[in-house]
Design a protein around this ligand. Structure first.
Ligand SMILES: *[C@@H]1O[C@H](CO)[C@@H](O)[C@H](O)[C@H]1NC(C)=O
Ligand SMILES: *[C@@H]1O[C@H](CO)[C@@H](O)[C@H](O)[C@H]1NC(C)=O
Ligand SMILES: *[C@@H]1O[C@H](CO)[C@@H](O)[C@H](O)[C@H]1NC(C)=O
Ligand SMILES: *[C@@H]1O[C@H](CO)[C@@H](O)[C@H](O)[C@H]1NC(C)=O
Ligand SMILES: *[C@@H]1O[C@H](CO)[C@@H](O)[C@H](O)[C@H]1NC(C)=O
Length: 429
């Protein structure tokens, strides 16, 4: 009897203390080597998994194994444990010729004239050496360097494929971006691609997480319709359906949104936030709600105050870029705590070396102090060899003199004043 009571109390007490720590979610049992979550932390094989990561959208666009190897080796040397890259590369009809000539990586293609590949309504898969085999190769080499990968399935923006390309194929001439979230044929087309990628890699521990979309919003290059208004729940419903769908294909890997982390605050304490795009629900996300969805395992959000607030005058206040960033971090920490889930600041940046060295130390330290995974945008590799180190990847993204694309945010190893911030803070993890 004594023993019985004690066992009961033991289990009950465990449950109570877990609740007290905010660990509402039941922990999934995952295979060895798979990252999972436990309350507000990531966990790997039973131990907390804290990390500094890196973004590199261009890695699967490299054509030589040598350069992929060089990049991942440099990431490993920098202490990077998680890489985020695009799990999509789609091209339109007119891009195909050039793609073949320039050895451009593409996974989905449409040939309008032949009507056989996109078939006027859908895409065909390229899993050949210029297609998914390049992504296979990135994942294989990442595994060798003990780097896990977050793969995004598509993009809110035009560039390497994305929602507008699906719209162009499935509902050509549509006027609004958010048709992507509601049109059944569109959803079927997206899910067919998701199924392809998930089934290809679902047994591999190299996958850190699946990401539904890079930076989903109501508007993209096309405008938003009035149906995607604050409170409509359009994007939340899509997140729910797609995360449930991914979970039905893959019981183990983590799933996240890939969103910028905008809020839908109905009665903000600071009234100026009611007219602010990042807080009034206009963007489409409702960070607090989205995080409560059962198959969204952790929070992801982005941070670019320089471009979001070009005047540096946060409405009604005198926030600096640095101060606004700390505020944005805290807002997400509060939401993640409430949901009992971990979070990743999975893209952030300011341009210019001086800005970086002035601002990153406090952002990065604050994020790490509040249990974040952090992934600066973006990793800069040096010493790449393709075509003598001068090659256009696509658009304006180019390898120049062996350096990977620089959009002003890239951090190269020779930029020691920035690099050392990460190296130092990593050494504390
Ligand atoms: C294209 O890239 C592949 C590696 O994926 C390489 O084997 C092939 O030689 C390249 N072809 C051209 C024309 O550059
Ligand atoms: C195809 O993509 C290119 C950009 O790579 C763009 O310039 C062109 O307008 C697109 N064509 C169509 C028919 O969408
Ligand atoms: C294209 O679509 C039509 C109509 O849905 C279908 O009958 C045909 O088999 C498709 N062709 C290819 C190559 O998938
Ligand atoms: C540094 O930040 C300021 C303020 O956002 C910006 O105006 C300036 O252009 C940045 N410097 C560089 C070199 O990008
Ligand atoms: C670092 O490398 C980049 C890319 O090759 C180059 O543009 C820059 O001049 C280098 N900076 C230093 C300090 O060597």
């Amino acid at each position: 009897m004594w023993h019985f009571v004690s066992t009961q109390c033991f289990l009950l007490c465990l449950a109570i203390s877990a609740l007290a720590r905010g660990e509402q979610s039941i922990k999934r049992t995952v295979p060895n080597g798979f990252v999972t979550t436990r309350g507000g932390e990531f966990e790997l094989d039973g131990s907390p998994f804290a990390f500094v990561g890196a973004n590199s959208f261009w890695l699967p666009l490299l054509t030589t194994t040598e350069d992929v190897e060089t990049t991942l080796q440099q990431m490993h040397g920098a202490g990077v444990k998680v890489l985020r890259t695009w799990g999509f590369n789609a091209i339109n009809a007119s891009e195909l010729d050039g793609a073949l000539q320039s050895n451009l990586t593409y996974y989905q293609a449409r040939i309008r004239s032949l009507d056989a590949i996109w078939n006027n309504s859908d895409w065909s898969l390229n899993d050949g050496p210029q297609g998914l085999q390049r992504l296979d190769n990135v994942l294989k080499i990442a595994a060798k360097y003990d780097i896990r990968v977050i793969l995004a399935f598509t993009n809110n923006w035009v560039g390497y494929g994305g929602m507008e390309l699906y719209i162009d194929h499935v509902t050509p001439g549509a006027s609004f971006h958010d048709v992507f979230y509601t049109n059944p044929r569109m959803i079927a087309s997206y899910q067919r691609y998701v199924t392809t990628i998930v089934n290809r890699y679902k047994d591999s521990s190299v996958i850190f997480a699946w990401e539904m979309m890079n930076e989903a919003r109501c508007l993209g290059d096309l405008p938003a319709s009035s149906a995607c208004s604050p409170g409509s729940g359009t994007l939340g419903k899509w997140y729910q359906e797609q995360s449930d769908f991914i979970r039905s294909l893959d019981p183990y890997h983590l799933i996240t949104t890939g969103g910028e982390g905008q809020f839908y605050w109905k009665n903000p304490t600071n009234p100026t936030l009611a007219s602010d795009y990042n807080f009034n629900g206009q963007a489409g996300e409702d960070f607090d709600f989205d995080l409560t969805l059962p198959n969204i395992d952790f929070a992801s959000y982005h941070m670019y105050p320089q471009t979001w607030y070009p005047q540096l005058d946060f409405p009604g206040s005198d926030f600096s870029v640095e101060g606004w960033g700390l505020f944005w971090i805290d807002a997400h920490v509060a939401a993640a705590k409430k949901a009992g889930k971990p979070l990743i600041l999975e893209e952030f940046g300011v341009t210019g070396l001086t800005n970086k060295t002035q601002i990153y130390p406090s952002w990065v330290e604050h994020a790490l102090d509040t249990n974040h995974g952090i992934m600066p945008w973006q990793f800069g590799a040096l010493g790449l060899t393709e075509n003598g180190g001068n090659r256009l990847l696509k658009y304006t993204d180019a390898l120049i003199d062996g350096a990977s694309p620089n959009d002003g945010y890239a951090i190269y190893k020779n930029q020691t004043s920035v690099w050392n911030i990460f190296t130092y803070l990593l050494s504390l993890l």
